[in-house]
Design a protein around this ligand. Structure first.
Ligand SMILES: CC(C)(COP(=O)(O)OP(=O)(O)OC[C@H]1O[C@@H](n2cnc3c(N)ncnc32)[C@H](O)[C@@H]1OP(=O)(O)O)[C@@H](O)C(=O)NCCC(=O)NCCS
Length: 148
């Protein structure tokens, strides 16, 4: 299941996520201090909130509302930046990362954003992952994709 949380305030995103989680299961992942993925998302969202006006998070839940993937982005001047993208180790190579980026692209079309850029890690496999999605290297690990 993919969910898209857009907000101007981290509190709104948290509230939205919490209410959906409670509606769908009895388990509230935001109140599980052992959930490393959530701690990582919240930590980074705080940074985005400080530095950007428009940002969001796309979250991939498996059954039971366990988060197994997340993509954090911001939009500025009609350009999107992917800040963080990760899939839990045991769920990698199952197309989840691809689905999250494709989902973001669908949304960006709606809001008329024509470009995504990012800094990949310098691991060859992440460069390969982004190239397969149509990103090109600008220099070093800085990559860009122009959307049609
Ligand atoms: C990079 C990452 C998000 C990819 O997510 P994923 O869900 O495993 O990727 P997908 O299953 O959608 O892979 C799509 C394609 O990318 C390439 N790819 C992805 N992981 C790869 C790997 N470990 N080795 C080689 N190619 C790889 C393959 O071409 C793959 O297609 P295939 O499985 O049909 O061969 C994930 O590996 C991850 O979280 N890594 C750690 C965090 C990170 O590096 N994030 C990105 C840096 S900003």
């Amino acid at each position: 299941m993919l969910y898209h949380f857009i907000g101007h305030k981290i509190g709104d995103i948290q509230k939205d996520m919490r209410s959906r989680a409670i509606k769908n299961t009895k388990f509230d992942p935001w109140n599980d201090p052992g959930n490393i993925m959530i701690q990582a998302i919240l930590g980074y969202l705080t940074k985005l909130e400080t530095n950007y006006e428009n940002y969001g998070v796309i979250v991939y839940f498996k059954k039971g509302f366990v988060i197994i993937g997340a993509l954090l982005y911001s939009i500025n001047d009609n350009k999107c930046t992917i800040h963080r993208l990760g899939v839990t180790k045991e769920y990698r190579r199952q197309n989840i990362g691809t689905k999250m980026v494709e989902f973001l692209e669908l949304y960006l079309k709606i809001v008329n954003v024509k470009e995504i850029s990012l800094y990949s890690s310098d691991e060859l496999y992440t460069i390969k992952f982004y190239k397969k999605l149509g990103f090109e290297i600008v220099y070093s690990t800085n990559m860009i994709k122009h959307l049609k």
